[in-house]
Design a protein around this ligand. Structure first.
Ligand SMILES: [Fe+2]
Length: 355
C-alpha cells in the first residue's frame, strides 16, 4: 500500500459516514444540511451528480467551495488584494537566505522558496531552470533572480531564451528576468498579457509576450524549434487558472504550476528558522488539507477547478497521464520523484481519467 492509498483509506468514522450518506434523506433541518455537506466533503465517495450542489443543501460544502475557489483563482477582490500585497507580503524579502537551489538532474534545477498564499498560507513557491539539448535555458514560474540564481544560470551556459509563466498567477518575477535576459521570449496563457497590462504592482511590467496559448489553437502553438523538440506541452484551458503543463522529455520531468499541489511545502521552508515559520492555524490547515495529494484535492479538482469545462479538462488530464514522467515538479509543495510522481497524478485525477 503506497502513502496515498494509506492516506485515503477510510477511517472507522468515515466508514460510518459512508453508511450515513446512503441512508440520509433530503435535508429538512439546518443540522441535517450541515451533516450532508460535511459528509460530501469529508468521506471518500465517487463523483456526485452536480444536482447535489443545488439549492441550500451544502452548508459546509459551500464554505469549502468558496475557500477553495478563492484560493485557486480568486475573485477580483482577492486578485486585487494579491496584486497589492504580492511584492511585500507573499514573497520573502531575503530570498538568498531562504532559497533552496537543487540540481534535480544535471539539466534541471529547482529554485524553492517560501511563499504565503494571501499572505497567510505557507504553500511555498518554486521556479525551475531547464537546459535544453540546444544549450538554451528555459525558466518556468520565475522566482527572485538572486546572485546565486544568476550564478546557477551562468553555470548552465547563461543563454536564457525562454521565460514561461505557466498560468495566469505565476508571473510576479517575469519582468525581472526579462530585463536581465532581454533576448528571451515570454510565454504565457491567454488572459495573462491583459492582466499584466492592467496591473498596478510595480514589479509587473508591460513586456510583450511572444507566445500566448489559446484554447482554439493550443495544439498548433509553437514556442521555438529547439523547445518544441524537447518538450510536450498541454495547455489546460479547462483549468480555472489556465495552466500550461510541460513535459521535458530528455529527463522525463513534468513541470506544472497550480495543476497539482503537493503540500506541505517542506523543502520550500527548509531554510526558514523555526521561529520565523508561519503559524498554521485551523483555517490554514483546512485550506492546505485540500491541496495535498489525497481525496481533498481530488474533490477540489473535480467539483471546483474543472467545473467550467470538464470535458476539455478531462482530455488534458488523459494526455498528460500518457506522458512517461519520473519527476513531477509542482510550484507548491515537494517535488515527487520515481513511481510516486505518476501514482500521485493518477490518484488525484482518477475521476477525470475514468471519464
Ligand atoms: Fe500558484
Amino acid at each position: 500500500m503506497n502513502l496515498f492509498q494509506k492516506a485515503v483509506q477510510p477511517t472507522k468514522q468515515q466508514q460510518q459516514q459512508q453508511r450515513l450518506i446512503r441512508t440520509i434523506s433530503p435535508p429538512r433541518s439546518p443540522r441535517r444540511k450541515f451533516e450532508q455537506g460535511y459528509i460530501l466533503f469529508a468521506s471518500p465517495v465517487p463523483p456526485v451528480s452536480p444536482s447535489i450542489f443545488t439549492r441550500n443543501r451544502l452548508v459546509v460544502g459551500t464554505i469549502v467551495v468558496a475557500l477553495s475557489t478563492t484560493a485557486f483563482f480568486g475573485s477580483n477582490t482577492f486578485a486585487q488584494q494579491q496584486q497589492n500585497t504580492m511584492s511585500s507580503k507573499l514573497v520573502p524579502t531575503n530570498p538568498s537566505d531562504v532559497m533552496v537551489i537543487r540540481d534535480l538532474t544535471p539539466r534541471v534545477v529547482t529554485l524553492s522558496v517560501p511563499f504565503l498564499r494571501f499572505g497567510k498560507f505557507p504553500v511555498g513557491g518554486r521556479g525551475t531552470l531547464v537546459q535544453l539539448t540546444s544549450g538554451a535555458i528555459a525558466v518556468f514560474s520565475p522566482v527572485a533572480l538572486t546572485p546565486e540564481v544568476s550564478a546557477k544560470v551562468q553555470s548552465l551556459g547563461g543563454n536564457v531564451q525562454y521565460i514561461i509563466a505557466p498560468d495566469i498567477e505565476h508571473h510576479i518575477f517575469v519582468s525581472d528576468w526579462a530585463k536581465a535576459y532581454p533576448s528571451a521570449k515570454l510565454i504565457g496563457p491567454e488572459g495573462l498579457p491583459e492582466k499584466r497590462q492592467a496591473a498596478k504592482d510595480e514589479k509587473v511590467g508591460k513586456e510583450p509576450f511572444a507566445v500566448v496559448f489559446k484554447a482554439a489553437t493550443k495544439r498548433e502553438t509553437s514556442i521555438g524549434a529547439d523547445f518544441d523538440a524537447d518538450f510536450e506541452v498541454e495547455y489546460v484551458d479547462g483549468h480555472a487558472s489556465k495552466e500550461i503543463v510541460l513535459f521535458y522529455k530528455p529527463d522525463k520531468v513534468l513541470i506544472e504550476a497550480d495543476f497539482l499541489f503537493n503540500l506541505p511545502a517542506t523543502e520550500q521552508y527548509s531554510r526558514v528558522p523555526d521561529a520565523d515559520k508561519p503559524k498554521v492555524g485551523f483555517l490554514a490547515k483546512t485550506f492546505m488539507g485540500a491541496q495535498s495529494v489525497g481525496k481533498g484535492q481530488q474533490r477540489l479538482m473535480w467539483h471546483v477547478i474543472s467545473r467550467e469545462n470538464r470535458a476539455s479538462f478531462n482530455e488534458s488530464v488523459k494526455r498528460i497521464s500518457g506522458w512517461d514522467f519520473n519527476y513531477l515538479i509542482p510550484c507548491h509543495g515537494d517535488v515527487l520523484e520515481g513511481a510516486a510522481a505518476k501514482e500521485a497524478f493518477n490518484a488525484v485525477f482518477e475521476w477525470h481519467l475514468q471519464k
